[in-house]
Ligand binder design. Structure first.
Ligand code: PCA
Length: 208
């Protein structure tokens, strides 16, 4: 049985909820015969990627799909890249701020996601889910975890596919705010299930 590791984040920046965590909780345990493992990560530079890599070693998945919140975006975005930079004015949930810091000084400037993101995007479009490709996951914790994960997978020559998906705000996060886009959790769920279904097709290819 093939396996996918899914990660999501705890709330941050004064929010009470993180859409990635909400979606993680609603996802089933299997999709198209592929087992899903879920890991909730802290929004900290120090612990997030260590926990993600720990889950990778524990579950030994065939693919890793990392989820996070990108407030202000109006659809689900598939990240093409993870960059070798920690650079955000905002402090993480441990109070740490990092600016102009390379994540791994000897590593490349960026890694491409290895998930089948074209097929995943097409699958979401086919369900009329607002979604698009993104070339920047920012330089905060989401990018940090994504870069550390892809760095590990590229460096070890692992055949495990990996990549990051950003989710917009949930409706309850934008109450009282004007012109801030949001998406119902049921639509996010439908989008992620469609994207994962496309991924399972790739993973199951070659299986008898
Ligand atoms: N979004 C932030 C960190 C955690 C999350 O869900 C980001 O985009 O870096």
């Amino acid at each position: 049985m093939k396996k996918i590791l899914l990660t999501g984040f705890e709330p941050f920046g004064g929010e009470k909820i993180n859409p990635s965590e909400a979606v993680l909780e609603l996802l089933p345990d299997t999709i198209c015969g592929v087992q899903l493992f879920k890991e909730r990560l802290p929004v900290t530079y120090r612990e997030s990627s260590a926990l993600a890599l720990n889950a990778l070693h524990m579950f030994a998945p065939d693919a890793v799909v990392m989820l996070g919140q990108a407030g202000g975006r109006n659809g689900i975005t598939l990240e093409r890249l993870a960059i070798n930079l920690d650079h955000a004015k905002a402090a993480d949930n441990a109070g740490e701020t990092r600016m102009n810091a390379l994540i791994h000084p000897d590593a490349p400037a960026a890694y491409f996601a290895t998930l089948p993101i074209d097929a995943m995007l097409e699958a979401m479009h086919a369900c009329s889910i607002p979604c698009s490709m993104s070339i920047s996951a920012g330089a905060f914790i989401c990018n940090h975890v994504s870069f550390e994960m892809l760095h590990h997978l590229y460096r070890t020559g692992a055949t495990v596919l990996g990549g990051f998906i950003h989710l917009p705000y949930l409706p309850e996060q934008v109450e009282g705010k004007q012109d801030v886009p949001c998406m119902e959790v049921s639509i996010m769920l439908q989008g992620i299930v469609a994207a994962l279904t496309a991924l399972t097709r790739v993973l199951n290819k070659g299986d008898v």
